[in-house]
Design a protein around this ligand. Structure first.
Ligand code: ASP
Length: 442
């Protein structure tokens, strides 16, 4: 039988009603054997995630707030879990665990320990409700002293542990350090746990259940009701998420990608939707669209260096890049001409070091001029279909010209997976709209 690992995000487990929905999804397919839950998320917009309540509670303890303030905060956490248990009609007493966690937090347990209890407690309830075994992530996910995942140990221990359980719940977000303390991944890290479990289980599919029906072709705040992406490759996804498209934790693709396991993004509230399939390779592409998605970001600056005969000066580029490295400035793009070199840098990175950087460049390469221009927005048009379709760059340029938008920079990688255009920050929204309309609605 196939094995599916299913991860449910916080909004999918925010209350009893969602727990019921999650259980019906899991029970509908016996190959959904390993379940990775997040902590309860927001029930409504103004609500607070349990993870945030735990961080708040930890801060109150650390700053020696009054007992009443600490109790009030912890009571909120207790109430979230107890209402789930009560409304599900579960015969399950979590009070011992809740008291233990509070006591540990009061007696100097770390910040990560506190945050991780959101997933731990939710995992206990979910395992009980589903009738699945519970595997504490602390016993199967290992970090090294430098904070990186100890892959060797994790996959060895996790694979052998999973083999002993036909059906199990493994809480997301945390693992253990060599000294025995609990450590979490960065925020949203249950996605990573799900991916690790999928790889350890040699799963056929990693289903990541959330509150949207997959990736949208572009930002729905800019384009009304954009199309959902049916299928996307890991590389395309990486390009789009670098530009700010977030549904899945960035680091979650690595464990499954190397094992060739696809990820399916699904909507807990609309299980009838197929969602987005993330795959390593695919031969097909949606010829109707050519492109897979459009994403972008504002707030870039361009450092331009001009010097006659630059192209024949050996080591010019290296010297400039060395200056950037010395100033701990990483760059995004490097579009260059014969006698000019431009470096696109996020404006935030430049803060407090502009003048020093320009002076250092001037000293290193003695240019005719060096200057920085701000307020550049980058728009990435991503699609594996571009390799086959001629004229994609022309269509991007044409769409922008028709919308009266000036292109300040254009960059197409030789892998032909994306075209990146730089436009004024003020024209960013219109640029996305124009490109989307060209490719999707045309
Ligand atoms: N509960 C954690 C967070 O809010 C981890 C997760 O949900 O993936 O970041």
């Amino acid at each position: 039988m196939a094995i599916k690992v299913v991860k449910f995000g916080g909004s999918s487990l925010a209350d009893a009603e969602h727990f019921r929905q999650v259980a019906s999804i899991i029970k509908a397919d016996p190959s959904r054997r390993y379940v990775v839950p997040s902590a309860p998320g927001k029930r409504v917009k103004e609500d607070t995630k349990v993870t945030d309540l735990l961080y708040r509670c930890y801060e109150l303890i650390r700053t020696h707030a009054t007992t009443e303030a600490i109790d009030r905060c912890y009571d909120e956490i207790t109430a979230r879990y107890n209402s789930i248990i009560a409304e599900l009609g579960l015969n399950f007493d979590l009070s011992g665990e809740l008291a233990y966690v509070k006591n540990a937090m009061l007696h100097a347990a770390g910040r990560d320990y506190a945050a991780s209890r959101g997933e731990y407690l939710n995992g206990l309830i979910l395992a009980k409700y589903l009738g699945f075994d519970f595997i504490d992530a602390e016993n199967v996910i290992y970090f090294k002293d430098n904070g990186a995942l100890d892959e060797e140990k994790t996959y060895e221990m996790l694979t052998s542990e999973l083999a002993d359980h036909e059906y199990a719940v493994i809480p997301g977000f945390y693992g253990v350090m060599p000294n025995g303390t609990v450590k979490t991944f960065s925020r949203g890290g249950s996605d990573i746990t799900g991916s690790i479990v999928a790889r350890a289980a040699k799963a056929d599919l990693y289903e990541n259940w959330t509150d949207v029906s997959g990736f949208l072709m572009t930002d729905p705040r800019l384009v009304n009701n954009p199309c959902t992406i049916n299928e996307i490759t890991y590389r395309e996804l990486r390009e789009l998420s670098y530009m700010g498209a977030t549904v899945l934790h960035e680091d979650a693709v690595f464990p499954v990608r190397s094992a060739g396991i696809p990820i399916n993004i699904r909507n807990t509230n609309r299980p009838q939707d197929a969602g987005t399939m993330i795959v390593a390779h695919t031969t097909g592409y949606d010829s109707e669209h050519v492109i897979t998605g459009i994403a972008g970001k504002k707030g870039f600056s361009v450092l331009t260096i001009e010097k006659d005969m630059m192209n024949s000066e050996l080591g010019f580029g290296r010297k400039v890049l060395e200056v950037l490295e010395d100033h701990e400035v990483s760059f995004e793009h490097l579009p260059s001409g014969i006698d000019t070199m431009s470096v696109v840098i996020s404006s935030a990175t430049l803060e407090g070091r502009r003048d020093r950087l320009m002076q250092a460049v001037a000293r290193a390469v003695r240019p005719d001029s060096v200057f920085i221009e701000d307020e550049l927005a980058l728009v990435a048009v991503v699609g594996r279909g571009m390799v086959k379709a001629k004229g994609t760059a022309a269509r991007v340029c044409d769409a922008l010209a028709r919308a009266d938008i000036n292109i300040r920079m254009i960059d197409q990688g030789s892998s032909e997976l994306n075209i990146i255009v730089g436009v004024d920050d003020s024209e960013y929204e219109d640029a996305i709209k124009a490109i989307y309309a060209e490719f999707v609605k045309a």
